[in-house]
Design a protein around this ligand. Structure first.
Ligand SMILES: *Cc1c(COP(=O)(O)O)cnc(C)c1O
Length: 487
């Protein structure tokens, strides 16, 4: 049955709401609506059913496993939402006098402190609104650090070929020259390639560790040493912190500046469910460059009075990177998550995330080609193609997974793996769920060899089949009367 369009349900005079009798004289309004706008007229039940039907077409973490590598799609605990909705948090305004928002500032202060503790850093800004904006903030800090030392030649940023696309993008936006660094056959930074780029133009290196292959870089200490010796700084892409929580402090490995993704590691929702948040931690020599404002104690307390928190400007601040103070609601959610787990719980998150990934990798190995065959961290990458089923691509496998009510993994990233399928189960999936995932993946591998056309024509149970994704993004059809669903 095809879904009815809202305009088909429309009937003149149908309305979904009733206004109370006006208690003021009616005034003529200028006509604000376009005369030809074909707005459907609908009853309340039509509207509710329409949006409920749409919501059921969606897939979410509340519905099933979401093994989207690099994204850490863990379950978002509902208590986070309850806390963020407390009126004392939800109804405050960023321009309120600080005396009236001491609770909010205390929460931000403690979150800064805890993130610094977890990452091994001296200072943290909560301002950036996403990992990518954290990267931009961090690279700008690196740039200003060199400038402040009158070291203007340093304009080169090294980025491994396994890196997320945001790394070269933010470096280029910061006015840096991006140089790609090859990985070695074990998936680590290639030390020989690194040495050949170590000169007086080196501003820094962006390192994702564990990297996007899900592998802990075995050369990380040496990489940091080589870059520091040359006068450069290390930017840590902290998107994969879920593998390290409570186990490794990146600051102690030699990372100078790193972003955290609250929407990955610290259980705040991704994308449509809420804005992102990408706080940045820095080592002591970069604290003065942090964006303005950071939360600090501006008046020590005593036996009678608690300390007074305020917003301060670091001495050589790069300035603001976002209006007001960042995504406060996300800070409340991450704070709740941290308090719920405590230090022991955080370490268990990392341990279980790594255990779950290795469990899946072990069971899939032999059925899917594993290009980097060594113990993984919180995720791993397999190839979505077989020598004896060469017509099948990673995309066919992913589309077929939808028929089994599973969200596909990340496809075609990292770029250095042929037909990449990047799988990250996270710690919040049970053994039963992981076992079912494996069962489906093995069934699909069998189908790929025996009935490949089933994969080629998948998905079969979704309202639409394979879309021209480029066309769909460029030529959105959002309302009825413009185009038709068959276009
Ligand atoms: C997700 C991710 C980013 C970017 O973070 P956003 O919050 O999506 O902007 C950067 N690097 C890696 C490795 C990531 O997985």
């Amino acid at each position: 049955m095809t879904e009815p369009l809202l305009c088909d349900l429309s009937a003149p005079g149908r309305v979904a709401m009733r206004f109370p009798e006006p208690d003021v004289p009616l005034a003529e309004l200028p006509s604000l609506l376009r005369e030809d706008l074909p707005l459907p007229e609908l009853s309340e039940v039509d509207v509710v059913r329409h949006f409920t039907r749409l919501s059921k077409l969606n897939y979410s973490i509340d519905q099933g496993m979401y093994p989207l590598g690099s994204c850490t799609m863990k379950y978002n605990p509902k208590i986070n939402e309850a806390m963020a909705r407390l009126p004392g948090f939800a109804l405050t305004h960023p321009l309120q006098p600080i005396e009236t928002v001491q609770g909010n500032l205390l929460l931000m202060y403690e979150l800064q402190e805890w993130l610094a503790e977890i990452g091994g850093f001296a200072g943290v800004t909560l301002q950036p609104a996403a990992g990518a904006q954290g990267e931009l903030t961090g690279v700008l800090i690196i740039r200003v650090y060199h400038d402040a030392r009158q070291d203007f030649k340093r304009t080169k940023i090294l980025i491994p070929d396994s890196a997320h696309g945001t790394n070269p993008a933010t470096s280029a936006m910061s006015g840096m020259q991006v140089v790609e660094l090859k990985s070695d056959e074990r998936g680590n930074v290639n030390l020989e390639a690194l040495k050949s780029h170590c000169d007086e133009t080196l501003a820094g290196l962006m390192l994702t560790n564990p990297n996007t292959l899900g592998l802990f870089d075995e050369n990380v200490i040496e990489v940091c040493r080589l870059v520091h010796e040359t006068g450069g700084l290390i930017y840590g892409d902290g998107a994969n912190m879920n593998a390290l929580l409570g186990v490794v402090r990146p600051g102690e490995l030699g990372i100078d500046v790193m972003h955290y993704n609250l929407h990955k590691t610290f259980s705040t929702p991704h994308g449509g469910g809420g804005p992102g948040s990408g706080p940045v931690g820095v080592a002591a020599h970069l604290v003065d460059f942090l964006p303005y404002p950071v939360v600090d104690i501006i008046e020590e307390g005593d036996e009678e009075l608690p300390p007074l928190f305020g917003l301060v400007r670091p001495k050589q601040s790069i300035g603001r990177v976002k209006s007001f103070h960042g995504q406060f609601g996300m800070m409340v959610r991450a704070y709740t998550y941290l308090r719920m787990h405590g230090p022991e719980g955080l370490r268990m998150i990392a341990e279980h995330a790594v255990l779950n990934a290795n469990y899946l990798m072990h069971l899939l190995k032999g059925h899917y080609h594993l290009p980097y065959d060594r113990i993984c961290m919180h995720e791993f990458v397999v190839e979505g193609q077989w020598d004896d089923a060469p017509d099948i691509h990673a995309l066919d496998i992913s589309k077929r997974m939808m028929d089994y009510n599973l969200h596909p993994p990340t496809n075609y990233f990292p770029l250095i793996v042929h037909e990449a399928l990047m799988i990250e189960p996270t710690e919040t999936e049970s053994k039963q769920t992981l076992d079912r995932f494996v069962e489906v993946m093995l069934e699909i591998a069998r189908e790929a060899h025996e009935t490949p056309e089933v994969l080629k024509s998948a998905p079969h149970i979704t309202p639409v089949g394979r879309l021209d994704e480029v066309k769909a993004a460029k030529e959105l059809v959002l309302c009825c009367g413009v185009g038709s669903p068959s276009d």
